[in-house]
Unconditional design. Structure first.
Lengths: 281, 208
C-alpha cells in the first residue's frame, strides 16, 4: 500500500498540510516534528523506504511510491528536492538528463517470498511457485522490485514456469505485500525489509542467495530544487553513521566495500607447501 | 577441438595479455580457444538459460566451500596433514569458482562474489578437528551431488565436460575427508545426484 496516492491526492494532502500548518502557526506551536534535523524539503522515495526515512528524520515531507512513478513525476517538474530510488539505474537516467545531481548509493536490500501466514498453498521454496494452481502476485517490471523479481526468475531459469502462475501485477512493493497479507495471492516477491513490516501476517521464504540480484538504492538531490542546501543536508544525514545504523535497524544491508578478489596469488604459488608428513607418503 | 593447453601455458598467455584471471585449472583446457584471444563463445557457444542457472548455483556451492576451508584452516584445529588437504582443497575450489565465474562473465553476466553472501554453520563446527572434518564431508557430499546433478543436465558439451572434471575432483575431496572422519573412502557405485532444487535448498541451509 502506498503512503501517498496519485498527484491529485497529494495536492489535496498538501493543501491539508498547508491548512494545518497555518492553524498550528496561528496557535504558536512549533511545526517541525520532534527529532527533525532537516525540514522544508520534499523527499520522493521508493515505497520500501516508507518506514525508515521518517525514522531517520521526520522533518522532511515525504512522498512514497514506485521509483519509476516518482521519476516520471520529477521529469514532469514535480516539486521534489531529493529522490531516493530502490535501484541505481533510474537515478542514473535522471542524472544523464540533467534532472538530478550525481546520485549516491546509500543502502542495499534483498528479496524474499512472502506467503499468507496460513500458507494455504503449502509453499516451502521458490521452486513450489512453479506448481500449477499457485497464485502469485508480483510488481510490474517497470518498478525496481518487479525488475528484480524477473532477474531472480531468470537467474534460476524459472521465468516461464512462475510467470504462468502470476495473477496480478502491482505498481509498488507495498501493494504486493498487502495483497499477500490479505490472502488474495498465495505468494509474492517483496523486499526483506517490507516483509518485516507486517509481522504475524505473512510467512517469509528465502530466495536462494545464489539467485539474488544486487539490490542497491541510490539517492540524489533534484537539480531544480530551490532548497539545495537542505536537500544536501538530508542526503548527508542518510549517509551518516547514524543514518546507516537506522537503515540497518530496519533490516537494510550496509553498502558493500569493493568486491574482494578471491584468488589473487601469482601463478605458481597456488599449491600449499607440503608438510613433512605428507611428503613422506 | 584444439589440443588442451597446459596450466602453465594458459597462465603465461593470460598474463602476457594482461588478463586479470590469475588461476586456471584443467577445466580451462576445455576453453583453450579463449586463451589465444578468441571469444569464449567460440569454445562454449551460446549457453542455454538452464545451463547458466546451473553455473550460478555451482558458483554458490564453490563460495560455500571456499568459505568453509578458509575457516577450517583458520580454526587451527586441523593436524598438519589435514590442514594440507584443506589448503589443497581450497585451491581447487578457488580454481573451480574462477572457471565458473569466467563462464558467466563470458555470457555477459555478473557472478555472485564472496562479498554478496554470508554463510553460517552449525554451532561448534570449528571447535575441534572432529566437527570440522564432519562438516567437510557434509559439504563435499553436497558439492558432489550438485555437480553430479549438473553433469546430467547441462546441455553444452564443453561445459558438461568441465563440470565432469570438477565432479571428479570433488569426489576426491569427499574421499579424502571421509577417511579422516573414519568413514569409508568410497561407498556407492553410483553416487546420487541432487536435482537443482535439492542442491539449492541444501546450499541455502548454510546461507545466513
Amino acid at each position: 500500500m502506498r503512503a501517498e496516492g496519485p498527484r491529485r491526492l497529494r495536492r489535496r494532502r498538501a493543501a491539508a498540510v498547508v491548512a494545518a500548518t497555518a492553524a498550528v502557526v496561528c496557535c504558536g506551536v512549533a511545526t517541525v516534528p520532534a527529532g527533525a534535523r532537516v525540514s522544508g524539503i520534499t523527499v520522493y522515495a521508493a515505497s520500501s523506504l516508507t518506514d525508515v526515512l521518517p525514522a531517520i528524520d521526520p522533518g522532511p515531507s515525504y512522498s512514497f511510491a514506485g521509483s519509476n512513478t516518482l521519476a516520471a513525476q520529477i521529469q514532469l517538474g514535480a516539486p521534489a528536492d531529493v529522490f531516493a530510488s530502490a535501484n541505481t539505474s533510474i537515478p542514473a537516467a535522471l542524472y544523464a538528463r540533467g534532472l538530478v545531481e550525481q546520485p549516491v548509493d546509500f543502502t542495499r536490500n534483498t528479496l524474499v517470498i512472502v506467503v499468507p501466514r496460513a500458507n494455504p498453498a503449502g509453499i516451502g521454496s521458490i521452486y513450489d511457485l512453479t506448481r500449477p494452481g499457485v497464485s502469485i502476485d508480483i510488481a510490474n517490471s517497470g518498478v525496481p522490485v518487479g525488475a528484480y523479481t524477473l532477474q531472480i526468475l531468470g537467474n534460476m531459469n524459472l521465468t516461464k514456469a512462475v510467470l504462468a502462475n502470476v495473477v496480478s501485477e502491482e505498481t509498488d512493493v507495498r501493494d504486493v505485500l498487502a495483497k499477500v497479507a490479505l490472502g488474495q495471492a498465495d505468494a509474492g516477491f517483496v523486499y526483506a525489509t517490507d516483509a518485516r513490516t507486517v509481522p504475524g501476517q505473512v510467512t517469509v521464504i528465502r530466495v536462494p542467495a545464489w539467485a539474488q540480484p544486487k539490490v542497491t538504492y541510490a539517492m540524489a538531490v533534484v537539480a531544480r530544487s530551490p532548497n539545495r542546501a537542505a536537500a544536501e543536508a538530508f542526503v548527508t544525514e542518510v549517509l551518516s553513521r547514524a543514518g546507516q545504523a537506522k537503515l540497518e535497524s530496519f533490516g537494510f544491508l550496509p553498502l558493500l566495500k569493493p568486491a574482494e578478489k578471491i584468488a589473487t596469488r601469482p601463478p605458481g604459488k597456488h599449491r600449499p607447501a607440503k608438510p613433512k608428513s605428507a611428503r613422506a607418503r | 577441438m584444439r589440443a588442451t593447453l597446459t596450466r602453465a601455458q594458459l597462465i603465461s598467455r593470460g598474463a602476457r595479455g594482461g588478463a586479470t584471471l590469475l588461476v586456471a585449472g584443467s577445466a580451462f583446457g576445455a576453453l583453450a580457444g579463449m586463451a589465444e584471444g578468441a571469444p569464449p563463445s567460440a569454445a562454449l557457444g551460446v549457453l542455454a538459460a538452464a545451463d547458466l542457472a546451473y553455473v550460478r548455483l555451482l558458483i554458490g556451492v564453490e563460495l560455500l566451500l571456499i568459505d568453509f576451508y578458509a575457516n577450517a584452516i583458520a580454526s587451527g584445529h586441523l593436524a598438519r596433514t589435514a590442514r594440507y588437504s584443506a589448503r589443497l582443497a581450497l585451491v581447487n575450489e578457488t580454481e573451480h569458482h574462477d572457471f565458473l565465474a569466467y563462464v558467466l562473465g563470458a555470457a555477459g553476466l555478473t557472478a555472485l562474489t564472496a562479498a554478496d553472501v554470508d554463510f553460517s554453520y552449525p554451532t561448534g563446527s570449528y571447535y575441534s578437528a572432529a566437527p570440522v572434518t564432519k562438516l567437510a564431508v557434509a559439504l563435499e557430499r553436497l558439492a558432489l551431488g550438485s555437480y553430479l546433478g549438473a553433469a546430467g543436465e547441462i546441455a553444452n558439451p564443453v561445459l558438461a565436460a568441465a563440470v565432469a572434471q570438477i565432479t571428479a575432483n570433488e569426489a576426491q575431496h569427499l574421499s579424502a575427508f571421509s577417511v579422516r572422519a573414519a568413514q569409508p573412502a568410497f561407498h556407492d557405485a553410483f553416487p546420487a545426484p541432487l536435482t537443482i532444487e535439492e542442491a539449492s535448498n541444501a546450499l541455502d541451509t548454510y546461507a545466513s
